[in-house]
Write a protein that binds this ligand. Structure first.
Ligand SMILES: *[C@@H]1O[C@H](CO)[C@@H](O)[C@H](O)[C@H]1NC(C)=O
Length: 247
């Protein structure tokens, strides 16, 4: 059993079709997801990687802890990451708050807050997304959405435009094969019966259910079959609130 951070997994997730449906996501209407941020990271080894993230306060983002690095630049208001627009707001991250219990070997507590150097300006293309309360347990069976600039094929670079796919929230049993899956800390996302229902996204991107960010893309299987594991945001509300209050 492989545990791959989903940025790697997305290399393996080719856009593919199943009967009557186009899988692999659809391009988002430009700027219809104003909380989405494109993160450019220089890792501690000096490599350049990208992640998704989302704005939760004018000066705070949420993403996955495995997206941490030596430096992070956030761009808000992006639709096509190769085509600069007036909607873009590029901001430096001044502090990365990894969850204190983040364990990279089993990808648990894969959540990180990012403090921005300045406040983002709220515009039609840039806005915040609400988080669930601490004790809200989003019911399985629900259809949610993941957006991101994730990889579209093995040899492909990431998608230039923001893509989005629907994903079903599964019963925790569907993630039994992930040895370190913990229902209290994580969400099991994506119907395993849809063998090739590839989704695009990117590590750190949010799972949106009825307009609320319930999960963060964390990891999946090497062979790219759904479901995948997302960090359950509601569990981390006390930690998030504490850091937001103090900063
Ligand atoms: C927000 O708007 C002000 C005034 O137009 C501008 O000076 C500032 O650079 C903007 N901030 C960002 C992050 O783009």
């Amino acid at each position: 059993m492989y545990l791959l951070p989903l940025s790697l997994l997305l290399f393996l997730l080719c856009s593919s079709a199943e009967a009557g449906e186009i899988i692999g996501g659809t391009e988002c209407k430009p700027h219809s997801r104003p909380y989405m941020a494109y993160l450019e990271i220089v890792t501690s080894q000096g490599q350049r990687v990208t992640c998704g993230g989302f704005l939760i306060r004018r000066d705070f983002m949420l993403t996955a802890a495995h997206c941490a690095g030596r430096s992070i630049t956030v761009t808000l208001g992006v639709h096509n990451r190769k085509e600069k627009e007036d909607t873009w707001q590029k901001l430096k991250v001044v502090k990365q708050f990894l969850h204190p219990k983040y364990d990279r070997s089993i990808l648990r507590h894969d959540i990180m807050l990012l403090k921005l150097k300045e406040k983002a300006n709220l515009t039609l293309a840039v806005g915040t997304v609400p988080l669930p309360p601490q004790f809200y347990f989003v019911p399985s069976g629900r259809m949610c959405r993941v957006a991101g600039w994730g990889k579209t094929g093995v040899m492909e670079p990431g998608s230039d435009t923001l893509q989005e796919v629907k994903q079903r929230l599964m019963d925790p049993k569907a993630c039994n094969h992930f040895r370190y899956f913990d229902h209290n800390l994580q969400l099991c996302v994506g119907n395993p019966k849809k063998i090739n229902s590839a989704f695009k996204g990117d590590s750190g991107s949010p799972l949106l259910c009825a307009g609320v960010a319930q999960g963060i893309v964390s990891y999946g299987r090497g062979e790219a079959k759904p479901p995948a594991v997302f960090t359950r945001i509601s569990h981390y509300r006390p930690w998030i609130n504490k850091i937001l209050r103090a900063n």
